[in-house]
Design a protein around this ligand. Structure first.
Ligand SMILES: NC(=O)c1ccc[n+]([C@@H]2O[C@H](COP(=O)([O-])OP(=O)(O)OC[C@H]3O[C@@H](n4cnc5c(N)ncnc54)[C@H](O)[C@@H]3O)[C@@H](O)[C@H]2O)c1
Length: 461
């Protein structure tokens, strides 16, 4: 019996003792199923977060059912076809077609079969930079009408402190069942770092919080089955704050080095030399690198969730606002520097042929969401440049009406460009080949570090 459950049973006497005893039995029953790995696991939202999580759970022996509103994704999973970079194709084929441990559906009725439901749906922003919880709310509403006693519901989507208790709990309790009494409700933020070869779902420590002790114990038991190091915190609000803080920390530090890059440019200093040397200090410093701006589903968005919630407490999160301002300014800085380099060689941006390398928001991922490359392209095109790009992982980029297709990385395409602009430093690109054939390069990621001949042709951010 767990410490928390003992705490629950020690509440009072009489009717409450009977209730506490029932709760203890329900929680213990679910924990038992989890430990035996006979608990049925539902994963809602089979994207960058949900699919790797579902695969990890199925690999250790759980029967996993993925839910997604996108029928194409459901079909792909059921055919055992992988579509996420961090998942091994062989694992998918084996779990779906071989061992039959993983399947997917769009049928919400099947939520009733689940013992544990993990929610990994998007949490974007509205046009006014306020939280858009429509996906979390939609899934919670589907759950509420099918909720049964003894289920664990865990939210993994990044969100502001208070979402689980203030938004999800009332919707779920409208079913007549009570969180911490009849069902269990927790928040455990996903920390996956797409493309990271060293840290995967399994060896990245995971924070778990819940509004009541029984929910926390059940959730901890669940996550401990697949995650090597699970970190309990006192509430779901604390766990929600941990996640938005982590992403705010990155946004602020990236903004700091981006600002330094702009200052070094003005002062005629090499920011990379400065950062490399600063990074040799054995304590008190952490390396962050400048670039054309921030992208992806997390860093440009998540801090705004906290900024919005802070307003309810009459509090201005000034670091968040400043970091956003500086990071959003970077595409403009890159476009200005491109213009400057061309004009130093007697060329204007109008009519210039710019070949961009990399449009994904970061190295070695195929995800172009919120990529700063979009704004860089927009600014260059607005000034009359002819933009083309090569990205080995992103075949098409842009939006309907203004879409580009990746061109091959040939000697001719490089030679014909007035300027080659490195925006994402994918490791699959041969930068030696790029430097040999390009006439002039602006490298915003220092991808050409150590490449012979780079000093003659490459200008760094
Ligand atoms: N991508 C990352 O690196 C990352 C890392 C940590 C946390 N997160 C967070 O995890 C959450 C999910 O992000 P993601 O990158 O996996 O998103 P994603 O867009 O890759 O996947 C989301 C999936 O949810 C599905 N979906 C949307 N609404 C649905 C609904 N109502 N019912 C069922 N399925 C629905 C979509 O079809 C899609 O397959 C977000 O909150 C994000 O901030 C993402």
């Amino acid at each position: 019996m767990t410490r928390a459950m003992n705490g629950v049973s020690a509440m009072t006497s009489g009717t409450e003792n009977v209730q506490a005893g029932r709760l203890e039995a329900v929680a213990a029953g679910l924990v038992e199923k989890i430990k035996e790995r006979t608990a049925r696991v539902g994963v809602v939202g089979l994207g960058y977060v949900g699919l790797p999580f579902a695969v990890e759970k199925a690999k250790v022996g759980f029967q996993v059912l993925g839910f997604d509103r996108n029928p194409a994704r459901v079909a792909q999973v059921n055919e055992g076809r992988n579509y996420i970079g961090d998942v091994a194709d062989q694992d998918m084929a084996d779990l779906v077609r071989g061992r039959g441990r993983l399947e997917a559906t769009g049928d919400w009725e099947r939520l009733r079969e689940m013992d544990v439901v993990v929610i990994c749906v998007p949490t974007p922003l509205t046009r006014n930079l306020t939280p858009d919880l429509q996906y979390v709310e939609a899934v919670t509403a589907e759950l509420a009408v099918r909720l049964r006693p003894g289920q664990l519901i865990s939210l993994e989507s990044t969100t502001y402190p208070g979402t689980t208790e203030e938004v999800m709990k009332p919707l779920l309790e409208a079913s007549g069942l009570k969180a911490g009494d009849d069902f269990f409700l927790a928040f455990s933020p996903e920390r996956v770092d797409p493309g990271n070869k060293r840290y995967s779902t399994r060896n990245t420590s995971k924070v778990v919080g819940a509004g009541d002790p029984a929910s926390r114990e059940v959730a901890l038991a669940f996550y401990r089955q697949t995650i090597l190091h699970v970190v309990p915190v006192s509430s779901s609000r604390a766990a929600e704050m941990v996640k938005v803080f982590e992403n705010t920390f990155r946004a602020v530090n990236i903004a700091l080095v981006n600002e330094l890059a702009m200052l070094c440019d003005r002062m005629g200093l090499d920011v990379w030399e400065v950062l490399d040397a600063a990074g040799t200090k054995p304590f008190g410093i952490m390396s962050f690198y400048p670039g054309p701006g921030v992208g992806g589903h997390c860093i440009p968005l998540d801090p705004h969730y906290l900024e919005w919630k802070a307003r309810e407490f009459n509090f201005n999160t000034r670091f968040i606002a400043l970091a956003g301002e500086i990071n959003r300014r970077m595409p403009e800085f890159v476009a200005e520097k491109t213009m400057r380099l061309l004009s130093e060689r007697g060329l204007g941006l109008r009519g210039a042929r710019i070949l961009a390398l990399g449009v994904a928001y970061k190295r070695d991922v195929d995800d172009p969401r919120e990529s700063p490359s979009a704004e860089v392209f927009h600014l260059l095109v607005r000034h009359g440049a002819q933009v083309s790009y090569h990205d080995p992982l992103v075949p098409r980029f842009g939006e309907p009406g203004r879409e580009w297709a990746s061109v091959p990385l040939t000697a001719r395409n490089l030679e014909e460009a007035d300027l080659v602009l490195i925006l994402t430093d994918h490791s699959a690109v041969d930068y030696g080949f790029v430097v040999r054939h390009a006439r002039l390069l602006l490298d915003t990621r220092f991808a050409t570090r150590g490449v012979p001949g780079a000093q003659d042709k490459v200008v760094l951010l």
